[in-house]
Structure formats: structure tokens, C-alpha cells
Design a binder for this molecule. Structure first.
Ligand code: 5GP
Length: 111
């Protein structure tokens, strides 16, 4: 039984995914259960379980820059979300940024 996260298995090509962007450090895939017309996950290949485990500000900045770059390639307007910890709605403990976009009249409701 593998103790890799589902995202590590996707990075390692052990399970398939719909990849929208990839470089040496990041992969962006379409969410298997989309909650918006466009729903993409930006995942750093360097493992951390949750966003606040990343203590290096350039690593944090690069993750955000990558999420912005991928989001802008998909839609001019978008929402970025990071769920942190179980009570924060995180289900997969491999840091990732959600890109949500593509609504005709914006998302239903505000945060
Ligand atoms: P979290 O709740 O941890 O912030 O988000 C995890 C996301 O990963 C969820 O939106 C869920 O639909 C997505 N997800 C879980 N398993 C898979 C998978 O095997 N493939 C893809 N593409 N997305 C997945």
C-alpha cells in the first residue's frame, strides 16, 4: 500500500489526470469533482502537507505566481482558494491552490 498522497501519485504518473500546465516545480490539473466551470488545482512538486508548512517566502511567492499565471491562461477573472487543515476544508494533505473561474455572473455568494 502506497503512502504517497493522491497528488504525488498524479505527479509520478501512477494515476491519470487532465494536466493543464507543468514545469519542473509545479503541476496544474483539472479537479476531478469541479465546483466551478473551470476548476484547476496548482500543486507544488516539492512536498508539503499544508500551506503553512511552507516557511520560505520565495517558495510561497512562487506558488502564488504560478497559480496566477495558470489562472490567467484560463480566464481573465478567477478565484484562488487554499484550504488549510481539516477544519479549513482540506481533504488532500499535499499543498495545493484551487483556481475557480468561468461563471457567467461571478461565483454564487461572496466569502
Ligand atoms: P482540498 O479539499 O484538499 O482543498 O481539495 C482537494 C481537491 O482534490 C478536491 O477538490 C477534490 O475534488 C480533488 N481531488 C481528489 N482526488 C482527486 C483525483 O484523483 N484527481 C483530481 N484531478 N482531483 C482530485
Amino acid at each position: 500500500m502506497s503512502d504517497k498522497t493522491i497528488f504525488q501519485r498524479i505527479i509520478d504518473r501512477e494515476i491519470p489526470s487532465d494536466i493543464v500546465f507543468e514545469n519542473d516545480a509545479y503541476i496544474a490539473i483539472r479537479d476531478i469533482q469541479p465546483r466551478a466551470p473551470i476548476h484547476v488545482l496548482v500543486i507544488p512538486k516539492r512536498f508539503s502537507a499544508r500551506l503553512d508548512d511552507i516557511h520560505d517566502s520565495s517558495e510561497l511567492g512562487e506558488l502564488m505566481q504560478t497559480a496566477i499565471q495558470v489562472a490567467r491562461s484560463l480566464s481573465p477573472d478567477y478565484r484562488l482558494t487554499v484550504n488549510v487543515g481539516k477544519q479549513g476544508g482540506q481533504e488532500v494533505f499535499h499543498t495545493h491552490v484551487h483556481i475557480l473561474a468561468g461563471w457567467e455572473n461571478g461565483p454564487q455568494g461572496h466569502l
